[in-house]
Write a protein that binds this ligand. Sequence first.
Ligand SMILES: [Mg+2]
Length: 169
Amino acid sequence: MKIFIPKMYQKNIFIINYNKLKQAGIKLLIFDLDNTLGSIDETVINEETSNFLTNLATNFQIVIASNSKKKRVSKFCSNLNIPFYTFSLKPTKKSFIKIKNDYNLDYNKMAIIGDQILTDIFGGNRLGIYTILVDPLDIDFKVSKINRLIEKKINLKNGIIRGNYYEKD
Ligand SMILES: [Mg+2]
């Protein structure tokens, strides 16, 4: 099912082709937190990622949308001057609608970058948001173990092979 297929798949946030997103008219980047920007043991964003996002923010509007609770997300982002949405309930439409309203942008001007097919990619695709899958920073992230199993089945059906990175036109 197409709804589970990301438009782009890259190893991590650092090597995504952001020029391509710019050319596609993307104005706003929505980043997942856990396993995308930081692993579970990182309570605060690391310097490399923080600098990277700050730099990226000169070209795009950037937000973080996490299914984690406010305590975790606000601590993680405490040194970062980037807005965040907590307890997002991805893949429901709730926080995407909120972001859309807050930034007054159509969904086709947004991209979501995350490590989970079932939340980030499914949630984005169903609204027409540009979806980018990255490899999880920590494979053994307990919270999403069941999701990972379901994901494996979905990926198998859709021909998505972990490590076979791609960009679609
Ligand atoms: Mg995640």
